[in-house]
Design a protein around this ligand. Structure first.
Ligand code: ASP
Length: 454
């Protein structure tokens, strides 16, 4: 049995949903279908999830929601009409949205989740109705009834262990299960959404639960590329990579798959395949536990901006017992997580995703570090990018870091930080944001187009 997830662009219009039906029809083992909310149909279009966020925002601020509501219902109505469905499904969707809008607004985050989740929920209902109308036996699955139980915030929303057992029952369904992505329910029955892009996570959870032979993640690109095609012209296509490589690449900017979507599939050794709804014949990219990495040591190069560094220096820091713990405690008190901590003898840098910081938070952190840890210097530096070289083969290749730093030197940019993870599957360079693109291009040439390097 295969689990397939279809992303927003794959279900954005009637034409796209017809392609989905053809893909599912072509392989009878495609039995569990996870769907996103309708996404963008063209450049400049707005995803239904974003329309829903606008709708929830205006409802929370007490504005008239008629226009925003009819915008959302209109997206489904035009799809339904083009698919030749009768108006019943549109009435169901309109009633569902009105019901959700009447929910308590006391906790805005719960209200937001309710409204956002309707995007995938109604998409699943509509697609199940369409499949049935063309003679494909299909059933909409309600995640609450199916038992997708998740943790309660402030913890990250993640599937609880019992979900896997509950959801394994889907393997016995005769008809095709159409499952909405992106959300589950806490033990007390409260709806909670995953992060943006979280339908990938739902697909992975389901594929682990039913121990699928394959988790096919259908999107709008043929495969995963070795570097961002918007930066590098015609980058190499990755045929096969390991879970760890994909995890490292999606951590820093590879948006093809949500970075939390691999763990459930990985734990049950379910291979993942990235495929294109618009070109299903193409083989796609396989993500597996092991691959032959003798040919190319580097699999891909990613880059992401939006990092800040908390720089701390204190003479004899290395001898001070508990220094690191006390520093991290201050960050924990401010609800700030960290990415890397490269350190010297008397100094260290804590790399943080900048979206977690505000000027007030930064100054509270700096004040506390200064007074409680009696440091010589503490300050924040913002506008960093991380450029990450990823490849299982790097561990077995000597001179690789030298080649990478040489390539960066050729661009004239300075390396602010280097971090080689203990697994040696990635090599991370902290650089100034303005240098990110030229470094990515030069590293790509170094490792993938050697003929270009003089
Ligand atoms: N619709 C949600 C989003 O736009 C979830 C998803 O598509 O995976 O983030």
């Amino acid at each position: 049995m295969k689990v397939c997830k279809f992303g927003g662009t794959s279900v954005a219009s009637a034409e796209q949903i017809q392609k989905v039906a053809n893909i599912v029809k072509a392989d009878p083992t495609r039995k569990i279908i996870v769907v996103s909310a309708p996404g963008k149909r063209f450049d400049g279009d707005v995803k239904v999830t974003d329309l829903l966020i606008r709708l929830a925002t205006s409802a929370l601020s007490g504005e008239d929601t008629t226009g925003a509501l009819s915008h959302v219902v209109g997206r489904y109505a035009s799809i339904a009409e083009e698919l030749g469905l009768d108006s019943e499904i549109v009435s169901i969707i309109a009633a569902d949205l009105s019901y959700r809008l009447a929910f308590s607004k006391d906790d805005p985050s719960l209200f937001f989740d309710q409204i956002k989740a309707s995007g995938e929920d109604n998409s699943a209902k509509l697609i199940a109705a369409y499949f049935s109308s063309i003679g494909m036996p299909a059933e909409y699955i309600n995640p609450k009834q199916a038992g997708l139980v998740v943790t309660d915030p402030p913890k990250r929303v993640q599937a609880l262990p019992e979900s896997y057992n509950n959801l394994s029952n889907l393997a016995n369904q005769q008809s095709i299960s159409i499952f909405p992505g992106f959300f589950g329910y806490t033990n007390d029955g409260t709806l909670r959404t995953f992060d943006r892009g979280g339908s990938d996570i739902t697909g992975s959870i389901l594929s682990a639960a039913v121990k699928a032979e394959l988790y096919e993640n259908f999107t709008d690109v043929d495969c995963v590329f070795a570097a961002n095609p918007r930066v590098v012209e015609n980058p190499v296509e990755i045929e096969k990579m390991t879970y760890r490589e994909m995890r490292e690449l999606s951590y820093a900017g590879f948006a093809v798959l949500h970075d939390e979507a691999l763990m459930p599939a990985f734990k049950e050794s379910v291979p993942v395949c990235i495929k294109n709804t618009n070109n299903p014949q193409s083989t796609g990219t396989m993500i597996v536990a092991e691959r032959d990495y003798s040919r190319l040591p580097v699999t891909g190069i990613s880059a992401d901006s939006g990092f800040s560094t908390l720089y701390v220096s204190k003479y004899l820091m290395n001898r001070e017992i508990g220094f690191g713990r006390k520093l991290l405690q201050i960050l924990e008190d401010e609800h700030v997580s960290y990415e890397h901590i490269p350190s010297g003898i008397d100094n260290l840098s804590v790399i943080i995703r900048s979206h977690q910081l505000t000027p007030e938070k930064e100054s509270r952190i700096v004040d506390r570090v200064q007074t409680e840890l009696e440091v010589d210097d503490v300050h924040f530096i913002s506008n960093f990018s991380m450029v990450v070289l990823v490849g299982e083969g790097m561990k077995y290749t000597t001179g690789l870091a030298a080649r990478a730093t040489d390539a960066i030197a050729r661009t004239g940019a300075n390396i602010e930080m280097i971090n080689q993870g203990s697994s040696e599957v990635s090599l991370v360079f902290g650089v100034l944001k303005e240098d990110e693109t030229k470094i990515l291009k030069e590293l790509y040439n170094e490792f993938f187009v050697p003929s270009l390097v003089v």
